[in-house]
Design a protein around this ligand. Structure first.
Ligand SMILES: [Zn+2]
Ligand SMILES: [Zn+2]
Length: 299
């Protein structure tokens, strides 16, 4: 069901909503709101493009806002991981400006390509929406796939030449804060963003079963994950205390502080399996391994 199928006559958004409600009584309110948006816009590329861009901005800055307030008011100081490094308002403002600039110059044109690409790979934008179960299991798969992509590409970005040319920007803040989640080179945004956008598209190309709404919910959750991992706060109620394999701020903060280890985004298993999990004990082992290597070379 797209704009051409739904009331081709021009009208206000709410007149479309009413008309759809009249003839499609089985649709939920959310589904009617969705369908009315596409009918009102009369242009699916524009409809998806605007919705995607606005959603990204609202979620990114909306999720970062509580952390800005926490830092600004000095709340939860006892839970700040690097307690001596609370970011100043100035620092956060400078970061926000660069993030905004990259959203408008780098991400906006890409978001515009999203609907044609989604159509090409067969993503659905129609109503009714998929079931909650379908959305939940697909999102769980995307979390696992993205984390894998992120682990290996992030680890590659720590290789000397790539680090200097691309990833150094993201490491400007050795004590991260929520807004710094997307503070990165445009090349990095594209390379790591492939995990977030490319994995679901690949899934759809293989299975032919993905709704744009599922993609949106996945991106919202992934944004929450990235911003919270950069928040700089570790609480007794943080998710990894309940899900031991969840990464969170406890995992990523130390990556910013030490520049080594903990390369994954959402989960801890890749770092654990490939011995890149940062612990004092692991650091001693890595040092010993390095020493043994260099003395072997010399002899
Ligand atoms: Zn890094
Ligand atoms: Zn980071």
């Amino acid at each position: 069901m797209n704009s051409t199928l739904f009331s081709p006559s021009p009208g206000t958004y709410w007149s479309h909503f009413e008309e759809i409600s009249k003839y499609h009584i089985r649709l939920s309110v959310a589904e009617r709101l969705w369908a009315a948006w596409y009918a009102y816009m009369q242009n699916d590329v524009l409809a998806t493009g605007i919705m995607s861009f606005v959603m990204h901005e609202v979620v990114y800055f909306g999720r970062a806002l509580p952390w800005i307030i926490v830092d600004g008011l000095g709340l939860f100081k006892q839970y700040k991981i690097q307690s001596n490094k609370v970011p100043s308002v100035r620092e956060q403002w400078d970061c926000a400006k660069l993030v905004l600039l990259s959203h408008f110059t780098v991400e906006l044109p890409q978001i515009w390509l999203f609907h044609p690409m989604a159509q090409f790979f067969g993503l659905s934008a129609t109503v009714p929406f998929p079931s909650l179960w379908t959305m939940a299991y697909q999102i769980a798969i995307f979390f696992v796939l993205e984390d894998t992509w992120h682990y290996f590409s992030h680890r590659a970005l720590h290789w000397g030449p790539l680090y200097k040319a691309i990833h150094k920007i993201h490491h400007q803040y050795s004590a991260p804060f929520g807004l710094a989640a997307e503070y990165a080179s445009p090349i990095e945004v594209m390379a790591l963003g492939f995990g977030t956008v490319g994995c679901p598209i690949l899934w759809c190309a293989l299975t032919g079963d993905l709704h744009i709404l599922t993609m949106y919910i996945w991106i919202v959750l992934r944004l929450f994950q990235a911003i919270d991992a950069h928040s700089g706060y570790e609480f007794p109620w943080s998710l990894h205390h309940f899900l031991p394999f969840w990464a969170g701020a406890d995992h990523h903060d130390v990556h910013h502080e030490k520049f080594v280890g903990n390369y994954a985004s959402s989960f801890r298993w890749w770092d654990y399996l490939l011995d890149t999990e940062y612990t004092p004990e692991a650091v001693r082992r890595w040092r010993a391994q390095k020493l043994a290597k260099t003395s072997k070379k010399k002899s």
